[in-house]
Design a protein around this ligand. Structure first.
Ligand SMILES: [Zn+2]
Length: 329
């Protein structure tokens, strides 16, 4: 990994910045940037966008809301504009960079600089904006189940929350016990509703005097149990794409089953050469036998499952995982 550009800090909104697309922010800012904007209420909200460079809906929704509040913000904001270099290249993360959403615990690089920069701030809330990878509904990601974080999730009109314990190096985890925090998956970048979804959420959030104490029963809440990986030493591909020599030929259609309950016996694909998908729980223990078995060369679920974040993007699969397995809370 090369040393990342140092964090830039700016007080107030640079004129013209709200007209700058994610792809040209790097020309303007030259580095990941922490903006501090003044509003009427002093307790700031930290909003982070573009930790993944190709997930642009958060920045686009935020700019809409900031334009709308051109005459004055309801409260102070801290805005982290993350991986502007990757955004310029239109990718999640550049090949020589650390993933900007995996640098927060233990904090390193930009993550450490941001945490030091906000160490003395009494934060009302922390909201990290992302786009979905793969075919998933919009949902809120919780890394703790504190009442404040749950309330942030309930403000999101997706009505779906997922509590994750792994990976535990994400931004929101760094604020556990300190400020309510949530990450929002806004839908895929191509989803025309992703930007309005972000704008609606931020408008609702900015309008709050404090976090509401209202009902939480409208939230469908899941927890992740495990992550599914092709073994590092196995070749893999997807049905219709792969050739006959692959160790694992996975079912691309499974992506449409994200967030749906599947019965035992559902097929994940074909396995050869003694390979199977590998399932690791939140403690990184191999729990494959609990969830998947290979019978007659077919990978089958041994119990009912709810997959999530299933993706056919081979880079994401190697960096992260094929999918998560969830259970309702
Ligand atoms: Zn992301």
């Amino acid at each position: 990994m090369t040393a990342a550009a140092a964090l830039r800090r700016i007080e107030g909104l640079p004129p013209g910045l709200l007209d700058v697309d994610a792809s040209t922010l790097n020309d303007w800012l030259g580095a990941p940037t922490l903006l501090r904007l003044k509003g009427r209420e002093r307790t700031p909200i930290l909003i982070s966008v573009l930790l993944h460079g190709n997930e642009t809906s958060g920045w686009d929704g935020l700019r809409q809301v900031l334009r709308h509040h051109a005459t004055g913000l309801p409260r102070d904001l801290l805005i982290l504009i993350g991986n502007v270099e990757a955004a310029a290249a239109g990718v999640r993360t550049l090949p020589d960079q650390a993933d900007f959403n995996r640098i927060w615990r233990p904090a390193s690089g930009i993550g450490a600089e941001v945490l030091a920069g906000v160490a003395d701030e009494p934060l009302l809330a922390v909201v990290d904006l992302h786009n979905n990878t793969g075919q998933n509904p919009p949902y809120a990601v919780l890394t703790d189940l504190s009442p404040g974080s749950l309330r942030l999730a309930c403000l999101y009109d997706s009505g779906v929350g997922v509590f994750i314990e792994e990976p535990d190096t994400v931004l929101t985890r760094a604020f556990a016990g300190r400020a309510p925090s949530v990450a929002l998956e806004l839908g895929p970048v191509a989803d025309a509703q992703a930007i309005p979804r972000a704008a609606r959420y931020l408008n609702r959030l900015f309008a709050l005097g404090e976090l509401p104490t209202g009902r939480m029963d409208d939230l469908r809440l899941f927890r992740t149990l495990a992550r599914v990986h092709p073994p590092a030493e196995a070749t893999f591909g997807f049905s219709g794409i792969g050739d006959g020599s692959l160790d694992l030929v996975l079912d691309a259609g499974m992506e449409a089953s994200n967030f749906h309950a599947l019965p035992a016996g559902v097929e994940f694909g074909a396995a050869r050469n003694g390979f199977n998908l590998r399932v690791l729980d939140n403690q990184h223990q191999d729990v494959t036998d609990r969830f998947l078995e290979v019978r007659d060369g077919r990978i089958l679920a041994t119990e009912p499952l709810i997959p999530a974040m299933y993706t056919t993007d081979e880079k994401v699969i190697r960096q992260d995982c094929l999918c998560y397995l969830m259970a309702p809370i």
